[in-house]
Design a protein around this ligand. Structure first.
Ligand SMILES: *[C@@H]1O[C@H](CO)[C@@H](O)[C@H](O)[C@H]1NC(C)=O
Ligand SMILES: *[C@@H]1O[C@H](CO)[C@@H](O)[C@H](O)[C@H]1NC(C)=O
Ligand SMILES: *[C@@H]1O[C@H](CO)[C@@H](O)[C@H](O)[C@H]1NC(C)=O
Ligand SMILES: *[C@@H]1O[C@H](CO)[C@@H](O)[C@H](O)[C@H]1NC(C)=O
Ligand SMILES: *[C@@H]1O[C@H](CO)[C@@H](O)[C@H](O)[C@H]1NC(C)=O
Ligand SMILES: *[C@@H]1O[C@H](CO)[C@@H](O)[C@H](O)[C@H]1NC(C)=O
Ligand SMILES: *[C@@H]1O[C@H](CO)[C@@H](O)[C@H](O)[C@H]1NC(C)=O
Ligand SMILES: *[C@@H]1O[C@H](CO)[C@@H](O)[C@H](O)[C@H]1NC(C)=O
Ligand SMILES: *[C@@H]1O[C@H](CO)[C@@H](O)[C@H](O)[C@H]1NC(C)=O
Length: 896
């Protein structure tokens, strides 16, 4: 069927561009014909739409928001009939180890430790339940504390330990927090274990948790379904088959479907939260059902409350990363509104109409589904048409299709089951509409006067037939999402308080002595653990400095006692936590600490990344110190690779508090122990090109204590002259590459927005990067194909630069591809376009930068992400320069 559709659309394609609608689908959802005695055997149960907090630490900064803003954000996520109005909240069961954006504390750091107050997932579950008591809950571990096994690569070695560990979490949810866990997963994306699944079922049942349903395997279907064939015990124990980023065109689905077990996309999207991310999510929620009968969809992730520079920036329902200012991205929230099209009008327990009988593919690309309430009184029709160029999710790769505008007509027949029903049935419906692609974006708008967009052309009620019949007709253009329903009390677009968008910088100087926290086992503000568990603890022994004075009541303590079963890469460096910005370079840091044992090194770092692989660290144990690039390897420091190292004149006593200092500015570094400078400004020169977070950490999973942290800006590069660009008559714009403004500052020349329509928009001028004339290149004078800034025009080919809209904002450099060639720059600052035909390199040189990273806080387009030896120094940024069309260039915008 899809082959035929593709064939038809290819044939029609050339003549259809811009033409009127020629191809209509007419279908019907004949509910009385499907339900027999109130039961429809062919109509899969709708299991709901959800989102994931964790996997990992994705909600970290939400905790630190001012209470009124935090409540508003939680309302947009969970409150029924308000925003995303989620049906399912899936949370990480913390495992003390990195799980994408950081690490979340385990409820059992060791076998004899149990604390059911750690982290923020309990809090979040309770906030969600407060707003929607019916919200379904789902727990899944990414990592585990090391004690559950003897082999950090295999948590299933001692099944009894692991079942008890998981049971303690389910029990704690109920007994301590009053939360029933509805679904429980096995191990995120790292494999399942038949024996554990069967054992977990028995343990749950024996403890009265018969209602907890098991989701297997939170990974790929090819790694599960073929193994399950003929294994009825395993099949019967798996209540849900939960797959990640399921590929609708995979050949494995017939095997998975043969078990007659509900299939979910138990992790989906991971796509940046702009209109394209919303289009991805709206599309897959429909395609997964229509093509593969999947009945639940859960988005990663719930809220983007993790710093840029940790993985997958803002691949979220909504983004809230500035607790210090209280700003969150309330203005558009396209993913929230794409979700609302589903969640506000259908609920777990409703039924999907089968494909061909109320659900299916649109003739000209797209999907429709009819859902019906269990009492058969209400229906909801959802129609989604996303063109291929706005459809990609982060994964899997898209198959080919084309879309054309079309009129979609559907007749929905509902039964009249009682006289009261007959009296009340009045044919009323409502239509909600979004368009995620067209120039004038529409987000979740109720069509008060549907006009040509949507109409219920006739409503027929016949008690003789026992049917009320709705004829619905929709004008479905590319980018459309429609919801039509007779559930009149549903549907509401909650409004956000208007908030100014402040500068995104983390505020400096920053100081915290951890004494003001009225809690134990909790997190300190802003610090985001990447490995291990840094928790506030009351310190009741020997709180003295070297003069014997009591000065510390609470401290930040690394509380994971051994190397965890990691989800990814946990065996090289020791535990660490970060704070600040990816752009920081010139900062001074002072931290007090106590050593847990003579051997473990305590480290403080600047300019570092979430894996502690770059940046500069100053580390000390009782007798020696190391100044190194990167973090503290658990295997010990390589003296040859150290920037500097030495022994301490007087060894550091374990029971005293000590202070480490580290300051980096350009090529200069200064490091001190208890105020004594061990590396002076002129002693060594450090490389430039590192930028990033401040970090605290250790070389081992030991109970290192931190007493205070103080971060301050150092050096002159904390102010910019940033004249406003004035557009002068007769002046034109050109592009340049220059050193990026450092430290989270930025200039008008450097600030660009990359739009969901694939434009590169210069914010200060409001103009878009435009290919002047692809055939005009002066190879001999090394000018390349010229670019300028021009008025932004939607869908203008000369302004369209394709890219992966998610990775571009993260740690992989991406090319920006115009139809004619790629945006490129030479080392000496020329920005142009490579050209495919004829084969023109970047301004005539092969030695050029062809890929880019967008830094969302400074809105810089950089040629590196973090430290990159091949970039040969500090990051360079795209800049816009205004020049008169005379020989003499006049720079109206100060460039970088
Ligand atoms: C499609 O539907 C529209 C609106 O109902 C109608 O005007 C048009 O004739 C139909 N076209 C075809 C080819 O059926
Ligand atoms: C989808 O689910 C329904 C109801 O469970 C079933 O009747 C139908 O055969 C399934 N379709 C496929 C393609 O698996
Ligand atoms: C399970 O863990 C709890 C909490 O640590 C402990 O009290 C109990 O003895 C354990 N049970 C088994 C069977 O290991
Ligand atoms: C499953 O069982 C059937 C019937 O006994 C057999 O033909 C088939 O080969 C088995 N498949 C697998 C994968 O074991
Ligand atoms: C999709 O279309 C592109 C461009 O026409 C082609 O290169 C590619 O091979 C096609 N992919 C598939 C899976 O058909
Ligand atoms: C469908 O909507 C488009 C865009 O608003 C409009 O141009 C077109 O006339 C409409 N078609 C019909 C059949 O109403
Ligand atoms: C667990 O955490 C709570 C609250 O933070 C704290 O009061 C309690 O002492 C902790 N329990 C244990 C056993 O550490
Ligand atoms: C581009 O430049 C070439 C060579 O100068 C010229 O022939 C052509 O007309 C120009 N095209 C446009 C669209 O301006
Ligand atoms: C383009 O030219 C460069 C050298 O100028 C060559 O290395 C490259 O292979 C050429 N590419 C194509 C596609 O011809």
């Amino acid at each position: 069927m899809s082959v035929k559709r593709l064939f038809v659309s290819l044939l029609l394609c050339p003549s259809l561009v811009g033409a009127a609608i020629t191809n209509n689908v007419t279908t019907s959802a004949n509910i009385p014909g499907l339900f027999v005695d109130g039961v429809c055997v062919d109509c899969p149960r709708f299991d709901g739409v959800g989102a994931i907090s964790g996997g990992g630490a994705t909600s970290r900064l939400l905790v630190d928001y001012p209470p009124d803003v935090q409540a508003e954000i939680l309302d947009f996520l969970f409150l029924p009939n308000f925003g995303a109005s989620l049906h399912i909240l899936k949370v990480e069961i913390g495992g003390d180890s990195y799980s994408t954006d950081g690490s979340e504390s385990s409820h059992m750091h060791s076998q004899d430790d149990l604390n059911l107050s750690r982290g923020y997932e309990w809090w979040l579950l309770k906030e969600a339940k407060k707003r929607n008591p019916h919200i379904l809950t789902y727990g899944l571990p990414w990592a585990f504390p090391g004690w559950v096994t003897d082999d950090v690569k295999n948590p299933f070695q001692h099944i009894d330990r692991l079942t008890n560990y998981t049971l303690q979490w389910v029990k704690g949810a109920k007994e301590v927090h009053g939360i029933d866990i509805d679904y429980l997963g096995i191990w995120n994306e790292r494999g399942t274990n038949r024996e554990y699944v069967l054992a977990m079922r028995k343990v749950l049942d024996a403890s009265g948790f018969n209602n907890v349903r098991l989701v297997v395997n939170d990974g790929q279907p090819k790694d599960l379904c073929p193994l399950m064939v003929n294994d009825t015990e395993y099949i019967n124990t798996a209540d849900i088959l939960g797959f990640h980023y399921p590929n609708d065109k995979s050949g494995v689905w017939p095997i998975c479907s043969s078990f007659d077990t509900p299939i979910w996309a138990s992790e989906e999207s991971s796509s940046y939260d702009d209109l394209n991310g919303a289009a991805c999510w709206a599309r897959v929620m429909a395609s997964h059902y229509v093509l593969n009968n999947m009945t639940g969809n859960i988005m990663w992730n719930l809220v983007g409350s993790y710093a840029h520079g940790t993985g997958w920036y803002a691949s979220s329902m909504l983004t809230a990363v500035q607790p210090w200012s209280g700003y969150y991205e309330w203005e558009q929230m396209p993913v929230v509104w794409a979700t609302a099209h589903y969640t506000q009008f259908a609920f777990p327990g409703w039924r999907y109409m089968p494909v061909g009988k109320g659900s299916g593919e649109l003739a000209q690309g797209g999907y429709y589904m009819t859902l019906v309430s269990p009492d058969q009184k209400y229906f909801t029709v959802i129609v989604v048409k996303i063109s291929r160029e706005h459809a990609p999710c982060t994964r899997p790769r898209l198959w080919n299709w084309s879309t054309q505008d079309e009129v979609f007509q559907i007749t929905v027949d509902l039964p009249i089951l009682s006289e009261a029903d007959e009296d009340s049935a009045d044919g009323e419906t409502q239509t909600w509409y979004s368009n995620l692609e067209q120039e004038d974006t529409v987000l979740f708008q109720k069509l008060d006067n549907p006009g040509v967009l949507s109409r219920v052309s006739s409503f027929v009620k016949s008690s003789k037939l026992g049917v009320r019949s709705y004829d619905i007709s929709l004008n479905v253009t590319a980018g459309s999402v429609f919801t039509v329903t007779n559930l009149m009390q549903a549907g509401n677009k909650g409004t956000a308080k208007v908030r100014n968008k402040p500068d995104a910088r983390f505020p400096l100087p920053y100081y915290d002595d951890f004494n003001s926290y009225q809690c134990d086992n909790c997190y300190s503000k802003y610090l985001s653990d990447q490995m291990g568990a840094f928790e506030i603890h009351f310190i009741d022994d020997g709180n003295t400095d070297k003069n014997g004075e009591l000065w510390q009541r609470r401290a930040l303590v690394q509380s994971a006692p051994q190397v965890p079963v990691g989800w990814q890469g946990t065996t090289k460096n020791g535990p660490m936590t970060v704070v600040g910005m990816t752009e920081w370079e010139d900062v001074g840091l002072q931290v007090s600490f106590r050593l847990p044992d003579p051997g473990t090194f305590v480290c403080i770092s600047t300019r570092t990344d979430q894996f502690w692989s770059n940046g500069v660290s100053m580390c000390a144990n009782t007798s020696s110190w190391f100044l190194v690039y990167g973090g503290a390897p658990m295997a010990g420091f390589d003296t040859k690779a150290a920037i500097a190292h030495g022994t301490l004149p007087a060894s550091l006593r374990q029971d005293y508090w000590h202070i480490l200092g580290l300051s980096t500015q350009g090529h200069q570094v200064e490091a001190s122990v208890n105020g004594d400078v061990v590396v002076g400004k002129d002693d060594v020169s450090i490389r430039v090109g590192d930028s990033g977070f401040v970090a605290l950490g250790a070389s081992a999973y030991a109970a290192v204590q931190f007493g205070h942290i103080h971060i301050e800006p150092v050096g002159p590069n904390w102010a910019v002259s940033n004249p406003s660009p004035t557009t002068q008559a007769g002046a034109t714009w050109s592009m340049q590459l220059g050193l990026c403004t450092a430290n989270g500052l930025t200039t008008d020349a450097e600030r660009f927005e990359v739009t969901s329509n694939w434009q590169i928009k210069h914010l200060a001028s409001g103009l878009c990067v435009t290919v002047v004339n692809e055939t005009m290149h002066d190879f001999n004078s090394n000018q390349g194909v010229q670019l300028t800034l021009q008025k932004c025009v939607h869908d203008n080919r000369a302004q369209r630069f394709w890219h992966d809209y998610t990775w571009l904002r993260n740690d992989r450099l991406m090319s920006l591809q115009n139809d004619s060639g790629d945006l490129c720059a030479t080392r000496d600052g020329k920005v142009s376009l490579t050209v495919k035909t004829p084969n023109v390199t970047c301004a005539g040189t092969e030695d050029a930068f062809l890929s880019w990273a967008l830094y969302p806080n400074t809105q810089q387009l950089r040629n590196t992400f973090g430290y990159d030896p091949s970039a040969g120094g500090r990051a360079q940024c795209l800049g816009a320069v205004q020049a008169k069309e005379s020989d003499e260039d006049e720079f109206l915008v100060e460039t970088i």
